[in-house]
Design a protein around this ligand. Structure first.
Ligand SMILES: [Cu+2]
Length: 149
């Protein structure tokens, strides 16, 4: 193979692998519209990493909220408590499942209450300064799970 073709091939391969590396997605992201007077909500769904290497999310943000963080729910002497998980490590081999009474993205300090039918966009920044946007469907307060589409 001529040298020039070889170089182009290597560059293309490098470009392709950069393009798909660390592809983090939130699948079936959903939440419930909070009840009156409540300025927080919990986001559920499945966080997947389609890249080759583990990704660490260093920051989560939602416009109009003061904090977004990963919580897990634990039983402690018969009562449920929430514990902050930090750092958030996403391994390519393992889906991070978030569901009611389990892990969730806790959003706090909402300026206004999202209504059913809205879509929230959570911005995730990795330690390597890559950013991803997670779409989250806002469902009625009585919803038990995401709406299939
Ligand atoms: Cu929580």
């Amino acid at each position: 193979m001529p040298f020039r073709t070889w170089v182009v091939g290597v560059l293309l391969l490098a470009g392709v692998s950069l393009g798909v590396a660390a592809d983090v997605r939130l699948l079936e992201g959903w939440t419930r519209s909070p009840p009156p007077g409540v300025n927080r909500l919990a986001i559920y769904g499945r966080l997947v990493n389609d890249g080759a290497a583990t990704v660490i999310l260093s920051e989560l943000e939602l416009a109009g909220a003061t904090h977004v963080m990963l919580h897990e729910t634990v039983m402690d002497a018969g009562s449920m408590r929430m514990r902050h998980i930090d750092p958030i490590e996403l391994s390519p081999a393992k889906t991070l499942v978030m569901a009611p009474q389990g892990r969730h993205l806790m959003v706090m300090g909402l300026e206004r209450q999202p209504q059913a039918g809205e879509t929230l966009r959570v911005k995730a920044t990795t330690r390597r300064d890559e950013t991803y946007i997670f779409s989250v469907q806002v469902l009625p307060i009585t919803a038990l799970g995401p709406i299939a589409n």
